[in-house]
Design a protein around this ligand. Structure first.
Ligand code: ASP
Length: 353
């Protein structure tokens, strides 16, 4: 993967340097008549459609993935690869913008927030709902503003020093965001954490909610994510056979259990017995609410008290996207059940409170 420097107004003196990593996604897609669908396309057409890039006064370089992706094909190996690309270029570049499809952007942002421990530079993911070549595209504003946020500094320090998603005028903490809209331009929301910045005629940062820049932080990149996990969403009528079959999957180590409301599950005898049996066998159960807002509060109702007693781990106000990637991360860190549970109970990168 080669890095190409774009033409901008940077004058070579103390310029901020931004590395764009182009993974694919609608932003750079074109219509393919043969398959009658949108397919990822090479980077060159992006600056062609966005001459405004050349007016920016910082350095922009681009690294393009060899295989451009619709983000529905994203996977944990590529997350580790992305984290390593950032680490390899961390000293030279001041910040990173990842062009990514919207479908799994919140998962990628969450995974990167765990893999890049002690990150101290901006990593901004963005994309678009319409390709950049379409007249009414949202790609131009999203990309330009993501670049500006990535390059923004005060007193020679980046304003942002965490993994974020910028989309439709708002900057969100990446591991708090989720895609909640597939048609309108406001694709992402962050129900349980305030917006980090809003872009109007000025970009207004919500300073109290930004991760603090840490002068001593040294980036550490983690390399292991364990894929032996599953998301099990409860629904009225779920049967013992289904739950048992899920829990018996070979090599399964962890389950994100999507429960009702504030973390409630049925108190049917078979369900509780099954949970207990598999927790005793070493399966980690991570309790996440099906609600977008609010939090899991195990013990508040009788229907969650038993979960607490048998050792289900509360996910508090975490999203499912942040939870499943955190489970992969925690299982990659240790084989010791208590250590894994401890990682899950605490915030790693501001994904829960
Ligand atoms: N399917 C596309 C993707 O996630 C959707 C998008 O980019 O908006 O790559």
């Amino acid at each position: 993967m080669n890095i190409i420097k774009l033409k901008t107004k940077a004058d070579g003196k103390d310029d901020v340097k931004v590395l764009v990593i182009y993974t694919g996604g609608t932003l750079g897609m074109v219509y393919d008549a043969k398959s009658d669908s949108l397919v990822p396309f090479d980077f060159a057409q992006i600056p062609e459609n966005l001459p405004e890039m050349s007016r920016l006064d910082f350095e922009i370089s681009v690294l393009t993935f060899d295989n451009l992706l619709d983000s529905s094909n994203m996977n944990p190996k590529i997350w580790v690869q992305l984290a390593n690309i950032i680490a390899d270029n961390y000293t030279y570049y001041d910040s990173f913008v990842i062009l990514h499809g919207t479908d799994t952007m919140a998962y990628t942002a969450s995974a990167l927030s765990y893999l890049l421990e002690d990150l101290n530079k901006p990593v901004i993911l963005t994309g678009a709902q319409l390709p950049i070549g379409v007249a009414r595209t949202d790609a131009k504003e999203n990309f330009i503003t993501a670049l500006e946020i990535a390059a923004a500094q005060t007193h020679n320090r980046p304003i942002i020093s965490e993994v974020c998603i910028y989309f439709n005028s708002v900057l969100l903490r990446g591991n708090r965001a989720r895609k909640n809209e597939s048609v309108q331009f406001n694709a992402f929301e962050s129900e349980n954490y305030p917006v980090l910045a809003e872009a109007g005629i000025k970009i207004e940062y919500n300073k109290p909610y930004l991760k603090h820049y840490d002068t001593d932080a040294q980036l550490k990149v983690h390399q292991t994510l364990d894929e032996n996990v599953i998301i099990l969403k409860l629904f009225p009528g779920i049967t013992e056979k289904v739950v048992r079959n899920v829990l018996e999957i070979r090599d399964l180590r962890g389950v994100v259990l999507e429960t009702y409301g504030s973390g409630n599950a049925p108190t049917t005898e078979w369900f509780l017995k099954l949970m207990k049996e598999f927790i005793e066998k070493g399966i980690i159960i991570y309790n996440v609410s099906q609600c977008n807002g609010g939090r899991v509060s195990q013990g508040r109702y009788q229907t969650s008290q038993y979960l607490q007693e048998i050792g289900v781990v509360s996910g508090a106000d975490i999203t499912t996207e942040a939870a499943i990637t955190k489970l992969m991360f925690a299982l990659g860190q240790s084989n010791d059940i208590q250590t894994i549970k401890k990682i899950l109970r605490h915030s790693i990168a501001g994904e829960m409170a």
